[in-house]
Design a protein around this ligand. Structure first.
Ligand SMILES: [Zn+2]
Length: 215
């Protein structure tokens, strides 16, 4: 499959991408993973990206696109690819369209994971993350709580609420998403590629995506 997954923070893009990838071996591609890999491997693009990150600046789109171009030409992409959280903006979507055309890759589907705001808020504000950087186990105070005194069950470090997972921070992230990324929904609608799926349970969503790919 050649799929783009769109969805707000907390919509479960990573989880769905992972399940889809297990299904048929399509590779899950996110800009975060590409950046980390390029930096770790010390490629020329990675070194360039590291300079921006070291200054606390955003890595520019042109650099992201060059990394994406290299990634999409890797052999493992022949089985299929799932773009998880990329593109994020209309300019990126336009660049991606040109890039895919140049590489002769046709997208099958762009899936918009539609998750009600209350569900996202509930999912993210109940999340707790182990504060030990080598562990980072994830808990949920409702469905998978840490110990009674709020510690990680694996390493015993405090399980904390991340700064970007407080209610206020999530509302901000959702606003940014609505401003920058939600316009992609109409972009891909015009391209005739969009399928919106009400996504509450990962496994059901994966079945719906598989079904949409077969039609
Ligand atoms: Zn831990």
């Amino acid at each position: 499959m050649r799929v783009v997954l769109l969805g707000a923070p907390g919509a479960g893009k990573g989880t769905i991408a992972n399940l889809l990838s297990e299904h048929d071996g399509s590779v899950q591609i996110s800009t975060g993973d590409i950046l980390r890999a390029a930096v770790n491997e010390g490629t020329e693009l990675g070194k360039e990206a590291k300079e921006y990150m070291g200054r606390g600046d955003l890595v520019p789109d042109s650099l992201i696109m060059s990394m994406m171009e290299a990634r999409l030409q890797a052999e493992d992409c022949e089985k299929g690819l799932i773009l998880d959280g990329f593109p994020r903006t209309i300019p990126q979507a336009e660049e991606l369209k040109k890039l895919l055309e140049r590489l002769g890759i046709a997208l099958d589907l762009v899936v918009n994971l539609d998750v009600p705001k209350e569900v996202i808020l509930d999912r993210l504000t109940t999340r707790r993350t182990c504060s030990n950087p080598d562990c980072q186990a994830i808990y949920n105070i409702k469905s998978n709580p840490p110990t009674e005194d709020g510690r990680c069950k694996i390493c015993g470090s405090p399980a904390i609420q991340r700064d970007d997972e407080t209610e206020e921070a999530i509302m901000n992230r959702l606003d940014t998403y609505n401003e920058k990324t939600a316009p992609l929904i109409s972009f891909y609608q015009q391209e005739g590629l969009l399928k919106s799926i009400l996504s509450l349970k990962s496994q059901e969503t994966v079945e719906k995506i598989k079904a949409a790919l077969q039609t």
